[in-house]
Write a protein that binds this ligand. Structure first.
Ligand SMILES: Cc1cc2nc3c(=O)[nH]c(=O)nc-3n(C[C@H](O)[C@H](O)[C@H](O)COP(=O)(O)OP(=O)(O)OC[C@H]3O[C@@H](n4cnc5c(N)ncnc54)[C@H](O)[C@@H]3O)c2cc1C
Length: 360
């Protein structure tokens, strides 16, 4: 099989990989992105309904504490809008009783992106040559060679179906996923492999829903859409509407662990009846219902990501290393950022570091 030679190989087409590509494009550097899925965006996923894009991955950014996100959104000419919070919140106790409570204002203020978070990826891609992005290209093995790393695409234990020889690699995927699913030859050190496996992938064990309606009936009842529940299956709910027009939405996180989310149909029914209990009957009949279980996504979550994470980890480059193999492979991916790791901001920080370290 012929081996394609590329200058920089970016592995992973999530925000960190796409932003690294955008920065390289601005410096007139050539690169190829290998993305395992049949789409780009990674944990960013915004399906469309009537021109509105619901975020099933990240929906918020915080301009006051995430300056790179705020600056990039402005520089790309994208528009954000404040998370809707006007009105009363709801609290559902463990026995299922619902109380109306004064809202829990989000601190710092959360913003959503018009066009969904995917608008950020789409806009960055305008500066990336189309043929530089290779979808359905899962990397299974990276070999250290004299001429530079050799990247094998396909499934482990089978013949690779594509090979690339690269000068440099940017590994733009969660370190835990990389250590668990990509074979490195020679082996990475025990210390580094353990460090990579220990870094939990942020939100990888979560499932999120968006229910879209023609009318914001909860707003008409004086409710903000925000609710917290100890009863379940939903643990946290917010207004997830379009900015200044319909469709209107309720969105949030499924509070039960991944192992109990095996059957989607009964779970969807349970979610809709919980919404009806909290917000009244019309909530059970959305125009559209989107659901994404990230724990079942093999290009996001590993078996170690199935139990829920209790708190936000303190992220940093694995074993303190931002690159390996004498600088031939650079780590990116939000979980390798030493500030704002786990967040979109961390994805930008890690991509910038990987690009600056070598292509300044
Ligand atoms: C439900 C949910 C809600 C969230 N909410 C927020 C929020 O409100 N605000 C916020 O700031 N952050 C939030 N986050 C976190 C945010 O999504 C991440 O910080 C960010 O998207 C990470 O980008 P990344 O490029 O580092 O990783 P990823 O998006 O995971 O990208 C990695 C890419 O690598 C690809 N890949 C994996 N394996 C291979 C392989 N072997 N070969 C080739 N490609 C491969 C994947 O398909 C993926 O495209 C949320 C995440 C989730 C899941």
């Amino acid at each position: 099989m012929p081996t394609e030679t590329v200058d920089t190989m970016i592995i992973g087409g999530g925000l960190s990989g796409i932003y690294a590509a955008y920065l390289l494009s601005q410096r007139n550097k050539s690169f190829v992105i290998l993305e395992a899925r049949g789409r780009i965006g990674g944990r960013i996923l915004s399906p469309e309904h009537q021109g509105f894009f619901s975020d099933l991955g990240p929906s918020w950014y915080w301009p006051t504490i995430h300056p790179k996100m705020a600056h990039l959104i402005q520089a790309l000419g994208l528009k954000g809008y404040r998370q809707f919070e006007a009105g009363m919140g709801c609290f559902q106790s463990s026995n299922g009783t619902v109380q109306t409570v004064s809202g829990y204002p989000m601190e710092p203020l959360s913003w959503r992106l018009s066009g969904g978070m995917m608008a950020l990826i789409t806009k960055l891609c305008e500066d990336i040559p189309e043929n530089a992005i290779r979808l359905n290209h899962p990397v299974c093995k990276i070999e250290k060679k004299f001429a530079g790393p050799l990247v094998n695409v396909g499934e482990l234990e089978k013949e690779p179906w594509a090979r690339f020889s690269a000068n440099k690699i940017i590994l733009a995927l969660p370190p835990r996923l990389a250590a668990a699913t990509i074979l490195f030859s020679p082996d990475l050190s025990h210390n580094l492999t353990q460090a990579m496996l220990k870094i939990g992938t942020w939100m990888a064990g979560q499932a999120k829903f968006c229910a879209l309606y023609e009318k914001p009936f909860w707003r008409q009842m004086g409710l903000s859409g925000q609710a917290f529940s100890q009863h379940g299956p939903l643990g946290e709910i917010h207004d997830g509407s379009n900015h200044s027009q319909g469709p209107y939405g309720l969105t949030g996180f499924v509070g039960i662990p991944a192992v109990q989310r095996n059957h989607q149909q009964p779970l969807t029914e349970a979610i809709l009846s919980q919404l009806a209990i909290i917000y009244s009957k019309p909530a059970a009949q959305p125009e559209t219902f989107f659901y994404q279980d990230w724990a079942r996504e093999r290009f996001t979550a590993t078996q170690f990501d199935q139990p829920p994470m209790s708190e936000h980890p303190l992220y940093h480059p694995p074993a303190g290393q931002t690159s390996i193999w004498d600088g031939a492979i650079h780590f990116a991916g939000t979980e390798t950022a030493d500030q704002h790791g786990g967040y979109l901001e961390g994805a930008l920080i890690s991509a910038e570091r990987a690009v600056m370290n070598h292509w300044q």
